[in-house]
Design a protein around this ligand. Structure first.
Ligand code: ADP
Length: 269
């Protein structure tokens, strides 16, 4: 087995271009301009599929995810090298205004973080930021997003109650609805179930599986079983390298790299 560093663009590029929503190309990232957390990453992101980022703690999963919505730009000194191309526009996301990127790429965090507002206003928030205030449009979009997040039936009679009255699992589905409402080009999820119990986790996994084919999803998970259950493609990272990428089933049953094999067989991580 191979122990080479990060895969090159040529090695990972086994997804046909016309099915790509984005493509990470020779991307390196430096915290504070000096601490290198990503080493020359190449990763295709298939359109309307789920791509999981897995690997041991500290390997760079969250760092890579946060490049997709330019969250690192909120802190001075952070530096990117390389590109994340968006298709079909063929734009380099790293060169777009970060505020615009965050309007186009949605994000859901580890802990549910609803705003101190009603359920309705939480989901409408992203639309209002985009200047949409028409009542009929908001009503339709909020309903559509809550249905998409498998929450509508549980909240349709209390849309104007505080989001804080929902359970943790419901709050996380609300955050997914909030991210979905503006119809993002990519939905990022950073360990979205790690603060939830197994039943709430199963509901989110079902929901993500249903969203699959509708929205392009990139998810960070420390849970290999979760990656295996829900994702179409999986990328294995180690110490800032993207070691292996492939269809999820192939990667778990027939890893080609020694480091991937060691991780999925539980030898470390
Ligand atoms: P993972 O999500 O795989 O656990 P991270 O992306 O959080 O890993 O971290 C990757 C590396 O970057 C780690 O070595 C971590 O210590 C470092 N790192 C993360 N955040 C910062 C930061 N704000 N400043 C400096 N280094 C950081």
């Amino acid at each position: 087995m191979n122990t080479a560093p990060s895969l090159t663009g040529e090695q990972v590029n086994n997804t046909p271009k016309n099915n790509l929503r984005a493509e990470v190309k020779d991307l390196s990232f430096f915290y504070g301009g000096t601490i290198q957390a990503l080493n020359n990453i190449n990763l295709p992101i298939a359109d309307r599929k789920i791509t999981s980022l897995i690997g041991p703690s500290g390997c760079g999963k969250s760092t890579l995810l946060r490049c997709f919505n330019r969250m690192h730009d909120l802190y001075p000194g952070n530096m990117y090298q390389g590109e994340i191309r968006l298709y079909p526009e063929n734009e380099n996301l790293i060169e777009i205004d970060p505020g615009i990127v965050r309007l186009r790429v949605g994000m859901v965090f580890q802990k549910p973080n609803p705003f101190p507002k009603s359920i309705f206003e939480n989901v409408a928030a992203g639309l209002r930021v985009r200047g949409i205030n028409n009542k009929a449009i908001l009503n339709d979009s909020v309903e559509h997003a809550l249905k998409g997040a498998a929450l509508w039936n549980e909240v349709k009679d209390r849309l104007h109650s505080s989001a804080y009255g929902l359970s943790g699992g419901q709050q996380q589905r609300l955050c997914i609805a909030r991210a979905l409402a503006p119809e993002p080009e990519i939905l990022l999820l950073d360990e979205p179930t790690s603060a939830l119990d197994p039943i709430a986790t199963a509901k989110i996994e079902d929901l993500l599986t249903e969203l699959h084919n509708e929205v392009t999803i990139v998810i960070v998970t420390h849970n290999m079983q979760q990656a295996a259950r829900i994702s179409d493609f999986t990328a294995y990272m180690h110490m800032g390298d993207l070691v292996e990428f492939g269809e999820t089933q192939d990667l778990f049953t027939n890893p080609k790299q020694q480091r991937t094999n060691d991780y999925i067989t539980g030898r470390f991580g």
